[in-house]
Design a binder for this molecule. Structure first.
Ligand SMILES: Cc1ncc(COP(=O)(O)O)c(C=O)c1O
Length: 407
């Protein structure tokens, strides 16, 4: 950190309000810094050497190239793009996605949606089953405040609870019936069950509005071969078509059919039926997604996200970095050094031990190294700040405002 007073980070008024609101009951740590969380690891203008570590970095140029590639493909095919912000939990980045043509955003949790609603987002789909009076009343309150908000259902109890909550807030919640298209997670199994739920939504009256279908197959995203992914989405479309026909015959219009992600967005865009795609990881990327073999003719998405660490100790045969399990999610494997020659041997809570391969350049205490995470979403959720960089310079420090919004 520079010795002089750092310039204020480039955060918007709404993000500042969100921070203050979420800590309203905590005693201020200091009058000049009301949030008791640690200071930002770097301010705009800092170079790599001045960034406190571990720090989450976003390469703006690579992020913009990823965003353009995916949005162009989806929008060019005439579908809407509704990015899943659970990947980055960062309103500043979601604003750039809206500016690049996104219709609205997806969230996974009611609390996540609240953070984005407070930050000014007006069109939010919660791609999840919400159960419980309090949760649904919070959703209904967002609708009452003027947010177009949708939820997913696969059981009559969720419909009844949503209707009750919306009535209590005099608002309208949009409801999509989720179809299990092979993921084996949430969703009804057949057209008859979908029709029953659509009827329950209609019977609830004006507090609920049937908006269409949600059909996401997470496992298809990570199938390594393009042909495997194509077959999975083709099968999904066939299954969905049956549901749409059944609903249409009963007078239900599926205005929105939404799903898809970073691994299959090009398929949902071109195989018909889907009206909207909801990719999340594409703006960041991670090692797991990079292991997918790309679609023919599609340039690979680039690693825009990395975690910067500092070498804090050097020993014969290894070096130690200051980022461990609290800086990286390892559910999809260990992070990888962007620097060739060195390998991550293992992580403990606060450390990474790295070992040199043939031809590795020597490292010194104080060196800064970028590492690519195995899985972007849970890695971002470990950090308070996302440093938006151009090359090796920090351009903005963005709060990861919905970090930890799990309920
Ligand atoms: C319902 C839903 N939609 C979209 C996504 C975005 O997927 P990805 O990050 O793989 O693009 C996810 C991610 O798990 C999801 O659960």
């Amino acid at each position: 950190m520079p010795a002089t007073t750092p310039p204020a980070p480039t955060i918007t008024a709404t993000e500042t309000e969100t921070t203050a609101e979420t800590t309203a009951e905590a005693a201020p740590a200091s009058p000049s810094h009301p949030d008791p969380r640690p200071e930002c690891p770097a301010w705009p203008g800092a170079g790599l050497a001045d960034i406190d570590t571990p720090a989450l970095l976003l390469d703006l140029d690579l992020m913009r190239a990823n965003m353009a590639q995916v949005h162009d493909r989806i929008l060019g095919a005439g579908l809407a793009v509704r990015p899943h912000v659970k990947a980055h939990k960062c309103p500043a980045l979601a604003r750039l996605q809206l500016a690049a043509g996104a219709t609205g955003i997806c969230c996974q949790k009611a609390s996540e949606a609240e953070v984005f609603a407070r930050a000014g987002f007006k069109d939010i789909l919660v791609t999840n089953q919400l159960v419980g009076r309090r949760k649904l009343e919070r959703v209904a309150a967002m609708a009452a405040a003027g947010v177009r908000i949708g939820i997913c259902v696969d059981h009559a109890l969720q419909v009844a609870q949503a209707a009750q909550a919306a009535a209590s807030q005099a608002s309208t919640i949009e409801v999509l019936v989720e179809i299990d298209i092979g993921h084996g997670r949430c969703g009804v199994q057949d057209a008859a069950a979908a029709l029953e739920l659509a009827q329950a939504i209609r019977d609830a009256g004006p507090v609920l509005r049937f908006a269409g279908l949600h059909a996401f197959r997470g496992s298809a995203q990570h199938m390594r071969q393009p042909q495997q992914r194509r077959e999975a989405v083709q099968a999904a479309v066939a299954r969905l078509r049956e549901v749409v026909d059944t609903l249409q015959a009963a007078g239900f219009d599926c205005a929105t059919i939404t799903g898809g992600g970073t691994g299959t967005y090009a398929l949902e865009s071109t195989l018909g039926l889907y009206t909207e795609v909801q990719p999340g990881s594409y703006v960041l990327m991670d090692l797991d997604y990079a292991a997918n073999q790309g679609d023919p003719g599609e340039a690979p998405l680039r690693h825009a996200l990395s975690v910067l660490c500092t070498v804090i100790s050097v020993a014969p045969g290894h070096a130690v970095l200051d980022g461990g399990l609290k800086a990286f999610s390892v559910d999809q494997g260990l992070p990888r050094l962007a620097l060739p020659g060195w390998n991550v041997k293992g992580l403990s809570d606060e450390h990474a031990v790295i070992t040199p391969g043939p031809g590795a350049a020597p490292l010194a205490v104080g060196d800064k190294l970028r590492l690519l995470p195995g899985h972007c979403d849970p890695t971002v959720n470990l950090h308070d700040w996302l440093l938006a960089c151009r090359g090796d310079r920090v351009e903005a420090a963005w709060p990861v405002s919905a970090r930890g919004a799990l309920f």
